[in-house]
Design a protein around this ligand. Structure first.
Ligand SMILES: [Cu+2]
Length: 594
């Protein structure tokens, strides 16, 4: 549809505001003992926008960046001083596209929707999760253990973990999408000796965090943007995709850089949008200017180049990047573009066309993210060691041979008159061949039969991993979208990503039961390569599972026993039941489990 690919004039000028650097809160300067208040605040997302009401940690967006040292425990007293009502308007537009055929999620305003009364009645219950933290269960932020306004709790973070970019955000059962959208998110950086040995930039100006989110705003009768945050969905798309890209709290900002290497700590903190980032100068992609040295849980073993299409980050994924500006003259401009359409399904898009990636049908009206401007300075070219992390390796075949295997199907169930239900169907192998309601997986002529034993968050717990033991979790995607699956507690490693074909029986998706046949193998119509990118061969806590794909991960929980969660990190999916509990167990207690 040609009309759908035309560009929309942006309502805000790009690359006007300077990229803000989040306030730093260094744990050592407070003897490891911090107080963070959740408060209503006012925030200006762009020079030409009125201030927006937000809920933020310390009343700011993003919250302060907490910096902690490996081996030095930190405590945070989380004080809920939020005041209601929820500072955003939640609406479902009556149609997917407006009268001109433009999808409503590509434009500001309510698009004919009315404010949903239930979110409007929220007064500020909260719970904090440190994403990527190796945290005892009682401090992990269980989604139902809420702090009401006026209540507080002291959480202990052992920081017995390698250097990495983590983030803390709200995790309230069923409304995480609203609380995070309102502003409740901040970065948490763990530092350690290994990174210092490598001489990596630490702190400003050469280490720059980029927390990327998409947002939408309301407008008044004159069509002027009011700054009021809008969370808008529509009858066809259950996720909210905002047309404005916000980095560290500013829409389409710009950053002055000196002609040297900068370390960018990038995180996708959007509710649902996936980014595929391409750095462009003078109309051409310059991906070779970037090397990736780290992922979700810190350093890779060796630096990697960007994937040829660009750096894909789904919600909650992180990348530690070195970008070399040393050869550039003052005045040079480089722009980061996003080429990922929404909802993301893994479809490729050539980096050479990044500047023209705008795609209304793909809910990507404005692909711009941030601009870098080179300013005068002494040019410095630094070389960093090729060998980065030395403290982890892939699990050995022996370790995996005896590993407990678990299978999980990602399933979307369409419902009449309400948003679709997304669930993680935990599967148990079954022997009897003549029963119905089975999901079968066929590989090289061998068929395994499973029955779904849990689907919803409140269904019975079926995963009891033993501390110290490897397990292999198989994530089978039976939906049309990419789901970033996040496991709390320890990081995991990706073992394989393989194409599948599948058939779901007529009426085969019931509340719990699923009747489907999955076959390992590539469908000729499937244009995805289902490869593991080099930058995914590190310690991950969130993995993309694309359509027509099965991903296997090796998980091993270590120090903490208790009740944790794993879930899709698309917040609208997590809130709509794509979340399940698991309980980590010390081996010696297993004989006593009833
Ligand atoms: Cu999902």
């Amino acid at each position: 549809m040609r009309s759908m690919t035309r560009a929309l004039a942006p309502q805000l000028a790009s690359f006007i505001d300077a990229l803000p650097l989040p306030q730093r809160l260094i744990a050592e300067e407070h003897h490891g003992s911090l107080v963070v208040r959740m408060r209503m605040g006012e925030h200006r997302f762009h020079r030409d926008l009125p201030v927006s009401k937000i809920w933020g940690y310390e009343g700011i967006v993003p919250g302060p960046t907490i910096e902690a040292e490996r081996g030095h425990p930190a405590t945070v007293e989380w004080r809920n001083e939020l005041e209601g009502p929820l500072p955003l308007v939640v609406t479902k537009a009556p149609t997917h596209a407006d009268a001109q055929g433009v999808p409503v999620q590509c434009v500001p305003g309510l698009s004919g929707g009315t404010a949903d009364r239930n979110p409007a009645a929220l007064t500020g219950h909260a719970v904090v999760h440190l994403h990527g933290g190796l945290t005892p269960a009682v401090y992990d932020g269980w989604a139902e253990n809420l702090l009401a306004p006026g209540q507080s709790a002291v959480f202990h973070y052992p920081m017995d973990q390698r250097a990495a970019l983590l983030w803390y955000h709200d995790h309230v059962m069923g409304i995480t999408r609203f609380d995070v959208y309102a502003g409740l998110a901040g970065l948490w950086i763990v530092r350690d000796q290994r990174e210092r040995e490598l001489g990596l930039p630490e702190g400003p100006p050469f280490e720059v965090p980029l927390l990327i989110q998409d947002r939408n705003f309301d407008f008044d009768e004159q069509g002027r943007l009011t700054g009021r945050l809008v969370h808008k969905t529509d009858p066809e798309v259950m996720e909210a995709f905002g047309p404005f890209t916000v980095v560290n709290g500013k829409v389409w900002p710009a950053l002055d850089v000196q002609p040297t290497i900068h370390r960018l700590r990038v995180i996708n903190a959007s509710n649902a949008r996936t980014y595929r980032l391409v750095l462009v100068r003078n109309g051409h992609p310059e991906l070779d200017r970037i090397t990736q040295i780290g992922t979700d849980h810190g350093l890779l073993r060796a630096a990697t180049r960007m994937p040829s299409d660009g750096l894909v980050l789904a919600s909650a994924e992180r990348a530690d990047l070195l970008v070399d500006f040393s050869d550039l003259a003052p005045g040079s401009e480089l722009t980061l573009f996003n080429t990922a359409k929404a909802p993301f399904d893994g479809s490729p898009f050539p980096a050479t066309r990044a500047e023209t990636a705008a795609d209304l049908a793909g809910l990507l009206p404005h692909p711009e993210v941030i601009r870098f401007r080179v300013v005068p300075g002494s040019s410095q070219r630094r070389v960093f060691p090729a060998a980065l992390a030395t403290d982890y390796s892939a699990p050995s075949p022996e370790e995996l041979a005896s590993a407990k295997r678990r299978a999980i199907a990602l399933v979307e169930r369409e419902l009449e008159g309400e948003p679709n239900m997304l669930t993680m169907r935990e599967l148990a192998p079954v022997e009897d061949s003549d029963s119905t309601g089975l999901l079968t997986v066929t590989h090289d002529g061998m068929t395994t039969q499973y029955r779904a034993v849990a689907a919803h968050f409140e269904d019975v717990t079926t995963f009891f991993p033993v501390l110290g033991e490897y397990e292999v979790w198989q994530l089978i995607n039976l939906t049309g979208d990419t789901h970033p699956i996040h496991v709390h507690l320890d990081p995991f490693q990706i073992l394989s990503r393989r194409p599948i074909r599948y058939e779901i029986a007529e009426g085969g998706i019931e509340d719990l039961v699923i009747t489907a046949a999955v076959t390992l193998g590539h469908d000729p119509a499937d244009q995805l390569d289902h490869a593991i990118d080099d930058n995914e061969r590190g310690l991950k806590d969130t993995v993309r599972v694309n359509p027509n794909e099965v991903v296997e991960i090796a998980v091993r929980f270590t120090n903490y026993s208790g009740r944790y969660m794993y879930h899709c990190h698309i917040l609208e999916h997590e809130d709509r039941d794509m979340m399940r509990p698991f309980v980590t167990m010390p081996m010696e207690l297993m004989p006593f489990m009833a």
